[in-house]
Design a protein around this ligand. Structure first.
Ligand SMILES: C[S@@+](CC[C@H](N)C(=O)[O-])C[C@H]1O[C@@H](n2cnc3c(N)ncnc32)[C@H](O)[C@@H]1O
Ligand code: SF4
Length: 388
């Protein structure tokens, strides 16, 4: 490290992981576990206690910093009741100082019982929703093993958008098993007609350790996927959405502050099963990790030390900065590099010159960014940043 790190100048978010779902989807590699009905009430109560305990402990490491955003992710956080979410938020409010306009997001799944809770979540303090629609087509939802159909997706979207949240994100996936270009466009059309503030558009990928990886469904071929992506991007642009990250599109002024903080290499605390965090201290950047299995997390929540912490090396720090920042369509401000990494940007000058010659990268208006070509082949571009 050669520049000075000042933790107080780095924005701080808080991520809470709620690891249960009604059923495990065959494509999903998130840390999520099916919740059996007969265990549901007790497990959720126990988990809530563990979360509250863990939140109170983590405070000691970060006494003077304000929290700018909170994100309840999963799993299916909306399996918890508004009262339980209210309790966690009260603990957080008790332990931390939140920005007055802090963004507080919760992931919600379509389904009658979740939809009925939306007003309660709003009253508890959630001000941004992220709804996992995935598709509006019954056959597609069926092939994805989702427990909801088109009707529930529409009802939940309408309810999310009319309940009074500051901002609503809808998740949509494309390149689904057997999906044609027209079907993908029709899905996006339906979603655009709902006019959410934010859209996350993901290409379905086959992740290791999933049922789809072991028994792959027939997916559209790569050249069809490119064509599909291009058509969907055009529709999004025509409808007034701006792409600001690989999968994230928003109406002006509605970018997700919590996720932007990850991509701009800000700090975040991670609480809950398998949650990881990143914390800057004057001595360097630390990664934290809580036990991955919910039972292990609950078992250790009352221990003195609930998480593993490790110092990130300078090489990894530089790579991670670009791994995150170059996901942004407009790249990342050059000034953030020394501020957030404690390293000098000159270290990368030879690499920047090489990538500029290859037409993959530019420094423009004091921003570090990929060219359209570099963005299209982002993974290849990022490989150049890997430490030797
Ligand atoms: C944390 S996940 C799930 C949120 C919520 N439980 C749900 O299923 O709606 C967030 C989003 O990642 C996307 N996703 C999950 N697995 C994926 C995969 N294998 N390929 C592409 N997108 C995926 C889905 O759109 C999902 O809504
Ligand atoms: S996709 Fe969502 S609902 Fe399905 S298993 Fe993963 S986290 Fe749970």
């Amino acid at each position: 490290m050669s520049a000075k790190l000042d933790p107080a100048s780095i924005p701080l978010g808080l991520y809470l992981h709620l690891p249960w779902c009604r059923r495990k989807c065959p494509y999903c590699d998130f840390n999520s576990h099916p919740l059996k009905d007969d265990q549901s009430t007790t497990l959720k109560e126990q988990y809530l206690l563990a979360l509250k305990e863990s939140v109170s402990k983590i405070t000691h490491t970060q006494t003077s910093r304000r929290v700018q955003s909170i994100y309840f992710g999963g799993g299916t956080p909306s399996l918890f009741s508004p009262d339980q979410i209210d309790q966690i938020l009260s603990t957080i409010n008790h332990c931390f100082t939140l920005d007055q306009d802090a963004e507080i997001t919760m992931e919600v799944n379509p389904g009658a019982s979740e939809t009925a809770k939306l007003e309660g979540f709003l009253a508890a303090g959630i001000n941004r929703l992220s709804l996992g629609v995935q598709s509006f087509s019954d056959p597609m939802l069926n092939s994805l093993g989702r427990i909801h159909g088109r009707k529930e997706a529409l009802t939940a979207s309408d309810a999310a958008l009319s309940t009074g949240f500051n901002s609503v994100n809808l998740d949509l996936m494309f390149a689904l098993p057997g999906q044609t270009l027209d079907e993908a466009k029709s899905d996006l059309d339906t979603l655009l007609n709902l006019e959410p503030e934010h859209i996350s558009l993901y290409q379905l990928t086959l992740e290791p350790n999933t049922l789809f990886h072991a028994h792959p469904p027939k997916l559209p071929q790569q050249d069809h996927v490119w064509a599909m992506q291009e058509s969907l991007f055009e529709l999004l642009q025509e409808a007034g959405y701006q792409q600001y990250e690989v999968s994230a599109w928003s109406k002006p002024g509605n970018r997700c502050r919590h996720n932007l903080n990850y991509w701009e290499f800000g700090d975040y605390l991670g609480v809950g099963a398998g949650a990881h965090g990143k914390l800057t201290r004057t001595d360097g950047i630390w990664r934290t990790l809580q036990p991955r299995h919910p039972n292990e997390f609950m078992k250790h929540a009352s221990d003195a030390e609930t998480e593993n912490a490790s110092l990130v090396s300078d090489d990894e720090t530089g790579f991670e900065f670009f791994l995150n920042g170059l996901r942004l369509r407009e790249g990342v401000a050059a000034d953030l590099f020394p501020e957030r990494t404690g390293l000098q940007l000159d270290l990368f000058t030879p690499l920047f010159e090489k990538l500029e010659r290859l037409g993959l990268f530019v420094v423009e208006n004091n921003r570090l960014k990929t060219t359209p070509q570099g963005y299209r082949f982002l993974n290849d571009t990022l490989e150049f940043f890997l430490p030797e």
